[in-house]
Ligand binder design. Structure first.
Ligand code: SAM
Ligand code: DTB
Ligand code: SF4
Length: 362
């Protein structure tokens, strides 16, 4: 099909739009694959060095036993997935993992908890973790469920740079996936995070049985937030036995790449993260995602409870594709406000170099 001239004209640097219509996004999705990739890659180059990929490491600081019913999630207590509930980790253990992540070349460390929302008594413990991880010279990120304004402020005061809270899917598919909290609750949490002066990390999951229109609806909801999320994780559903979504028909890999490309075009200055699901992707599919404008990954053998490519495989992939980790300075060029990261200059490790954990890339 032919795309409208307005969508195809290269033009000057685009202004950030917050008024995307679903039909416009669907027109992008419908473009011939090479044309869509070309457009996304062009937008990518206007804002980023396409050889640089931001590298984050995840740690589950509180695993399992979650009271929510998210149909994709291995950590929901109500599903029999074999995930053992654990209590909140000690700061010492978290710091050990953060040091390893830094030595392996990560620039951001994201702490996840299987909570609906943190309780008042959890906040000082998490704040201590954040302070100490930040003191290592890492950017800090947390994903702890819904956040009220006071909790958001307390985490900001502890030095939290990013808060991850996903919209997960389109408003019109959401009711098929989660029943224990509303879409509006998610928007409210993101508002509390922004109001506290933290950066937002928000994206979603594809491959949950949603339609293309609903994938477009997810990206529309993200792009039309009052501020584009600084990071946009695009997760491909990791199917876990025992969850209601286990057995869902797999998404066409090219449709996943299209989703990345449309995210890049509609949120040109955001870090678009090729997030969960990489373990089962070929190197070629990941390369297409980077070509379509993905410029962030989770690095390290584990996500929260499921697998991620091992570090040697990622080092080899970076080496084969000529990619390198994005230095913190470059990440903050695109931010609304700069982050004061102690010792940030030391975080610029090259994951293709040998590290205490891993050998040299092939
Ligand atoms: N409990 C908090 C919450 O829900 O906000 C934080 C942790 S939760 C695991 C963070 C995100 O991980 C979810 O919003 C979802 O997008 C993603 N996620 C969870 N399970 C997944 C799966 N099986 N496949 C892909 N993404 C998943
Ligand atoms: C996000 O969007 N994806 C990450 C992170 N934010 C917290 C989590 C993926 C979890 C995949 C399933 C698991 O490992 O439990
Ligand atoms: Fe709980 Fe978060 Fe999993 Fe939902 S996604 S069940 S809130 S841990």
């Amino acid at each position: 099909m032919s795309a409208p001239a307005a969508l195809l004209s290269p033009g000057p640097t685009p202004v950030l739009r917050h008024d995307w219509q679903r039909a416009e996004l669907l027109e992008l999705f419908d473009l011939p694959f090479p044309e869509l990739l070309h457009r996304a890659a062009s937008v990518h180059r206007q804002h980023f060095d396409p050889a640089e990929v931001q590298v984050s490491t995840l740690l589950s600081v509180k695993t399992g036993g979650c009271p929510e019913d998210c149909a994709y999630c291995p950590q929901a207590q109500r599903y029999n997935t074999g995930v053992q509930a654990q209590k909140l980790m000690d700061t010492e253990q978290v710091l050990e993992k953060a040091k390893q992540a830094k030595a392996a070349g990560a620039s951001r460390f994201c702490m996840g908890a299987a909570w609906r929302s943190p309780k008042d008594r959890d906040i000082p413990k998490v704040a201590e973790m954040i302070r100490e991880v930040k003191a290592l010279g890492l950017e800090t990120c947390a994903t702890l469920g819904m956040l009220n304004a006071d909790h958001a402020q307390a985490l900001k005061s502890a030095g939290l740079d990013y808060y991850n809270h996903n919209l997960d899917t389109a408003p019109d598919f959401y009711g098929e996936i989660i029943h224990t909290r509303e879409y509006q609750d998610r928007l409210d949490t993101l508002e509390n995070v922004r109001d506290a002066g933290m950066k937002t990390c928000s994206g979603g999951i594809v491959g949950m049985g949603e339609s293309r229109e609903q994938r477009a609806g997810l990206l529309q909801a993200l792009a039309n937030l009052p501020a584009h999320p600084d990071s946009v994780p695009i997760n491909r559903l990791v199917q876990v036995a025992g969850t209601p979504l286990h057995g869902t028909t797999e998404l066409d890999p090219f449709e996943f790449v299209r989703t990345i490309a449309v995210a890049r075009i509609t949120m040109p200055q955001s870090m678009v993260r090729l997030s969960a699901g990489r373990e089962s992707m070929s190197d070629e599919l990941q390369a297409l995602c980077f070509a379509a404008g993905a410029n962030s990954i989770f690095y390290g053998e584990k996500l929260l409870t499921t697998g991620n490519p091992d570090t040697e495989r990622d080092q080899a992939l970076f080496a084969r594709l000529g990619l390198r980790p994005m230095p913190l300075q470059a990440q903050n060029v695109h931010a609304d406000h700069r982050i004061d990261v102690p010792g940030s200059g030391t975080v610029h490790a090259d994951i293709t170099e040998p590290t205490p954990q891993c050998g040299r890339a092939a």
